[in-house]
Design a binder for this molecule. Structure first.
Ligand code: SAM
Length: 280
């Protein structure tokens, strides 16, 4: 008889019940703004069971207590375990083509240009920005053109700041654009690629939760926030895009991911191209 005893799914190495899922998804929302639907129960288990194993604990309640206590070493792991960091060089390349045109246009009348890669993951997005600009705009390296690249996930950000990738990450990238700005490893480093100092110099990496305070002061001429808000509820998206709008002046540009749109989310922007918006 099973009276009073919850049936534990046999696929789960550690007992994982709905109450664990509910508590974990509440904490995930609190720390990241990411909304986990009911269909994400298995995924939640699989991501966090790795943390239980790493910490040598067997009870999800203990793990939940660690997160609730605000444990400084575990919170970054908690966040990193659930975020989806998929990215690639020159992903949705039309945005980088537009970026080059826009920066070239702005440089005719503006001294300093500020670009933000919000949710930059492992760095492919900001490095693609920098390489595109260096390739297309002579002298841009000495102009005041700066890219701020931020992400919530400290581990992925450390990878971005290292600027080391495997060769195959560049498969399909335009050789003319990338070749001057990457250094291929030799000997023990064969198969690895290091980003050129001129590319790295244009980018500042910072850990930042898009739902927390933003310490930046200057308004942004161009913001890329692509494939980040798909995990956020509509309300969180509304707050976020209105904050982006408050940090941009009229005519500034915003790029979002291919499956995202601002309809019913924020009316301060108008669509001017494929997932390219302009602040009104
Ligand atoms: C799928 S990646 C997108 C990377 C890149 N923008 C692209 O389009 O290729 C989503 C990134 O958003 C970050 N992210 C998720 N929630 C965030 C938040 N609340 N604040 C900042 N970054 C967040 C994740 O850590 C992840 O690196």
């Amino acid at each position: 008889m099973n009276v009073g005893v919850e049936v534990v799914d046999q696929r789960f190495e550690f007992p994982f019940q709905n109450e664990h899922f509910e508590k974990l998804r509440g904490l995930v929302f609190e720390h990241t703004g990411i909304t986990l639907g009911n269909e994400k129960k298995q995924l939640t288990y699989s991501r966090y069971s790795k943390r239980l194993r790493a910490l040598g604990i067997t009870d999800f309640n203990d793990y939940i207590d660690i997160i609730r206590s605000g444990d400084e070493s575990e919170i970054p792991m908690f966040v990193s375990a659930i975020t989806t960091n998929f990215t690639s060089f020159f992903r949705e390349n039309h945005h980088f083509e537009f970026l080059v045109e826009e920066v070239a246009r702005l440089l005719k009348t503006k001294q300093s240009i500020r670009i933000w890669s919000a949710g930059c993951s492992s760095g492919e997005e900001p490095y693609s920005m920098a390489m595109s600009l260096l390739h297309a705009i002579p002298g841009v390296e000495t102009a005041d053109v700066r890219i701020l690249a931020t992400d919530l996930d400290t581990e992925i950000l450390a990878k971005a700041a290292r600027g080391v990738y495997t060769d195959e990450r560049f498969d399909g990238a335009d050789k003319q654009i990338i070749s001057p700005w990457i250094k291929r490893g030799r000997g023990d480093n064969t198969g690895l690629v290091l980003m050129h100092p001129a590319v790295r110099k244009m980018i500042t990496y910072r850990q930042l939760n898009l739902l927390g305070p933003w310490p930046m002061k200057s308004p942004f001429d161009i913001i890329f926030c692509r494939n980040v808000v798909i995990y956020f509820s509509k309300d969180v998206q509304k707050t976020l895009f209105n904050r982006f709008s408050a940090n941009q002046q009229k005519g500034a540009k915003l790029m979002i991911g291919h499956s995202e749109n601002l309809a019913g989310v924020c009316d301060s922007y108008r669509l001017i191209g494929r997932t390219i918006y302009e602040k009104m």
